[in-house]
Design a protein around this ligand. Sequence first.
Ligand code: SF4
Length: 81
Amino acid sequence: MVKYKVIVDRSACISCGTAPTVCPQVFVLGEDNGKNRVTDDYVIKNTESTSIGIVPENMYECVKRAADSCPVLAIKIEPIE
Ligand code: SF4
């Protein structure tokens, strides 16, 4: 089954809140700096500048909606094996 790597450029994020609103399963504004991060359910690495997660195929549409809605294009999605 295909999985997807989700990469949030937290340095670029302007904390608009859209990502957590359209896909709350995968995104949340971090308590550390108020910027978008991958939720604990899917995160594999989180720093002040970058948040990376792995999501299953059934979360793709959710993540894609958030990425397409981001005003600063801070969310990238890459398929992985
Ligand atoms: S949509 Fe973009 S700018 Fe807005 S919170 Fe999500 S990552 Fe940040």
